[in-house]
Design a protein around this ligand. Structure first.
Ligand code: PEP
Length: 266
C-alpha cells in the first residue's frame, strides 16, 4: 500500500449513470458511510465522480454533511476557459464544485477520439485551475496480447503528462486502467498491475525527478470490487483505485472500508 508520504485515493467513476435525482438519493445513501470511515483515517481520500449534470446535486449533499476528505470530481472537461464550445464544460466551471477531474479515460480516448496531445492540454488546464487531474492510461487487449503494454504506457505517460508546470506537478494522480479489465469482471492480477505501475512511477520520475516519481499517487482501475481491493492495495506502489461499476453500488463504501482496514494493519 501507499507509502506513508502518499495519501491513498478511492475514486468512483459513475460514468453515464444517475441523473440529478438519482444521484442525490445515491449520494445520500453512501456519503454518510464513507464520511464516517475516512473521518477517522486521515491517510485516505474518497472522490465521487458523477456525470457533469449531476455534480451540483452531489455537491449539495456534500455541503449538507461536510465530511472531510470526501471530494467531488468531474469525469471530463475541456481545456479552454470559455467560449463557443457547445456541450463542453470549462476548468473554471468544474473548479466551482470539484477538486478532482478524471482525464483521458479510455472510454473518452475510444469513443470521443481523445489523443495524448488533447489529454495533455486538459491536464495543463486542470493544474492551472488548481484541479487535481486523475489521468488514465492503459493498453487494449490486442496490445496486451501482442506484448506492447510497455511501449504503449511509455507513449501515453510521456504524451499525456509532458511539459507540466513544476510547481503543480505533485497534484497529478495517474490511474493505470488496462482496457481489457474495465467493466469485464476480469481484473488484472496484482502482480501485473504492480509491474506496470512501477514502470509508470519510473517514467514519471524520469520526467520530473525521482522525488516526484515517489510522491505521485498511482491508482489501479479495472473491475475493482470489495472482494479484490485488498489484493491491489497490498502492493506498495499502488495508492488506491479508480472504480467504475462498483462505484454506483453500496459496495463502494465497502471498498473504502477494506482499504482502510488494510492500511490500519500496517
Ligand atoms: C473505470 O471505468 O474507470 C473502471 C475502472 O470501470 P470498472 O471498475 O467497471 O472496470
Amino acid at each position: 500500500m501507499t507509502a506513508p508520504s502518499r495519501t491513498a485515493i478511492i475514486a468512483g467513476n459513475w460514468k453515464m449513470h444517475y441523473g440529478p435525482k438519482q444521484a442525490t438519493s445515491f449520494a445520500q445513501e453512501i456519503i454518510p458511510g464513507i464520511g464516517e470511515l475516512v473521518r477517522h483515517f486521515p491517510r485516505i481520500v474518497s472522490v465521487l465522480c458523477p456525470p457533469s449534470i449531476s455534480l451540483p446535486a452531489v455537491y449539495d449533499v456534500l455541503q449538507a454533511e461536510p465530511f472531510q476528505r470526501v471530494e467531488l470530481g468531474a469525469q471530463n472537461m475541456f481545456y479552454e476557459d470559455k467560449g463557443a464550445f457547445t456541450g463542453e464544460i470549462s476548468p473554471s466551471m468544474v473548479r466551482e464544485l470539484c477538486s478532482y477531474v478524471i482525464l483521458g479515460h479510455s472510454e473518452r480516448r475510444m469513443h470521443f477520439c481523445e489523443t495524448d496531445e488533447l489529454v495533455n492540454k486538459k491536464v495543463q488546464a486542470a493544474l492551472t485551475h488548481d484541479l487535481q487531474p486523475i489521468v488514465c492510461v492503459g493498453e487494449s487487449l490486442e496490445q496486451h496480447e501482442a506484448g506492447q503494454t510497455e511501449t504503449l504506457i511509455r507513449s501515453q505517460v510521456q504524451g499525456s503528462l509532458g511539459n507540466l508546470p513544476e510547481k503543480s506537478v505533485h497534484q497529478v494522480v495517474i490511474a493505470y486502467e488496462p482496457i481489457w479489465a474495465i467493466g469485464t469482471g476480469k481484473s488484472a492480477t496484482a502482480e501485473d498491475a504492480e509491474k506496470v505501475i512501477h514502470l509508470i512511477r519510473e517514467l514519471f520520475g524520469n520526467m520530473y525527478g525521482s522525488e516526484m516519481g515517489n510522491a505521485c499517487r498511482i491508482l489501479y482501475g479495472g473491475s475493482v470490487t470489495s472482494a479484490n481491493i485488498t489484493e491491489f492495495v497490498r502492493v506498495p506502489d499502488i495508492d488506491g483505485a479508480l472504480v467504475g461499476g462498483a462505484s454506483i453500488k453500496p459496495d463502494f463504501v465497502e471498498i473504502v472500508r477494506k482499504t482502510i482496514e488494510y492500511m490500519q494493519q500496517q
